[in-house]
Ligand binder design. Structure first.
Ligand code: SAM
Ligand code: SF4
Length: 345
């Protein structure tokens, strides 16, 4: 199993004033968390009980979110928006936000990451509203394991959600499995088989130190290398596929039957040097990295009449402060104060 070399970056000549950091990384991708609430309690993300949520009045409104996306797309060359959370589908009226974002001409792509629990009901309305691509998280096919991981029930609901999304016909649907040692090994082959049967890509994501319970340890990381070797033993050699864009976090491979799979090796093979992402939390803070210790709240500024050029300046300030890498391997690494569900994964 070898790693393909990334494709060339597209040119930036058409963008008037892109968001470029100290390491020459051009930011084109905006991740927007629409809520920190969730209908599951995955152990690698949330606490089982006592999760703390942002007061509702602090959540950015749909109008505020649309304005930010529009300004960044038209002035700074942000080209894709991904909605996430928490669980984005628990935010009331989400298809209305999707419709508002889909009307921004300068955006090329609009996607969403979901745990799939409410997808059976929302697949059609989301597609109709203009959502192009979906990532659906699925860590197990077994209800007992599902309850161990998510501390809620519902694997059949997730599978029905995946099938409803496939039937609806999005441009791309990808499955995401967060892989944890001692939890995921026994599921890898059946999950790959599940994806093959549905002709969708499955990607395995390494466990990162972003859990509220602080249970992450290096020893709990099930590496992409190990997962790849397990898949090769069951299905045959994995052939590397060059990424369509350098900033893609997954390394893609093809199985002998042609099926595509991805490994997101955020811990063992960080892809920070090609990162083009900037994040907005549900309560209106700009974060330049999942692991950043610093954030730039714009909510109150927005509500006090921040002009468009000042809004861009806030993003520029955040991008300028971006570190070279996440530093998980550094001796003095400490995880960010906000856990995954509160940042927006
Ligand atoms: N609730 C939605 C979901 O689960 O798909 C969207 C938000 S969730 C934070 C986004 C993705 O982050 C999910 O695929 C989830 O499995 C992954 N994730 C959460 N905590 C993680 C961690 N500590 N390490 C790696 N991935 C994690
Ligand atoms: Fe909820 Fe997604 Fe976090 Fe699981 S990973 S607790 S589904 S936000």
């Amino acid at each position: 199993m070898t790693t393909p070399s990334p494709a060339e970056r597209p040119t930036d000549s058409a963008i008037a004033d892109p968001l470029v950091d100290r390491f020459d990384r051009v930011h084109r991708s905006l991740r927007i968390s629409v809520t920190d609430r969730c209908n599951l309690r995955c152990f690698y993300c949330m606490p089982e009980i006592g999760a703390e949520f942002a007061p509702r009045a602090t959540l950015l409104t749909f109008e505020e979110i649309r304005r930010i996306a529009d300004v960044l797309a038209s002035r700074c060359g942000i080209r894709d928006v991904r909605l996430t959370g928490g669980e984005p589908l628990v935010r009331k009226d989400l298809p209305r936000l999707v419709e508002m974002l889909a009307s921004i001409d300068a955006l090329d792509d609009l996607s969403l990451t979901t745990n799939g629990i409410l997808l059976e009901q929302f697949a059609e309305p989301l597609r109709r509203a203009g959502l192009k691509r979906l990532n659906i998280s699925i860590d197990t096919l077994d209800e007992v394991n599902f309850q161990k991981v998510s501390r809620r029930s519902g694997i059949n609901q997730v599978i029905r959600g995946i099938d409803a999304a496939i039937a609806t016909g999005f441009e791309t649907i990808k499955l995401n499995t967060t892989a944890v040692k001692g939890v995921t090994e026994s599921e890898i082959i059946s999950l790959v088989q599940f994806a093959i049967e549905r002709n969708v890509q499955i990607r395995f994501i390494e466990f990162m130190p972003l859990d509220t319970d602080r249970c992450w340890r290096t020893e709990n990381v099930l590496s992409g290398e190990t997962i790849g070797a397990m898949i090769e033993r069951a299905f045959g050699p994995l052939v590397p596929v060059p990424p369509p864009v350098a900033s893609q976090p997954a390394t893609d491979f093809r199985l002998p039957g042609g099926q595509s799979i991805g490994l997101i090796q955020s811990v063992t093979k960080p892809f920070c040097d090609a990162c083009d992402r900037i994040r907005l939390t549900a309560d209106g803070a700009i974060r330049n990295c999942l692991f950043s210790q610093q954030e730039f709240s714009i909510r109150e500024l927005l509500r006090r009449g921040l002009r468009d050029d000042e809004l861009v300046d806030q993003f520029r300030r955040a991008v300028a402060a971006k570190a070279a890498g996440h530093g998980i391997d550094d001796g003095d690494f400490s995880p960010p104060e906000r856990p995954m569900y509160s940042i927006g994964g």
